[in-house]
Design a protein. Sequence first.
Length: 115
Amino acid sequence: MASLIATKFTVPQGLLLALVGFVLVLFVLVVLMGFIFLLSFIIRSLDKKGKKAKIESEKPAEEPALAPGSSGQIKLNNVDERTAAMIMAIVADELQTPLNELRFISVKEVTEEGK
């Protein structure tokens, strides 16, 4: 061991040894970079499969079919469903129009304070 340390190199031998050291370090760095890219590729492919499965499992449920003659949803503001149903029936009766031909978008209670 002591003989290696005490060995004297000529300038060309020293440059060659330094070049071999640099090449070895760069080779190890390239191998590590390739390993990181390989792991990244594997993780991305697994993540895409997981997202695809998650998206397929989280498809929104189809909305239930509306009753014949129904016009969709109605927004109730400070009114319970029973009161809103009575108001809609009264409006339909006053207009002498079938209830399924009217479209109510919202029903809101108006108070004296709100005017």
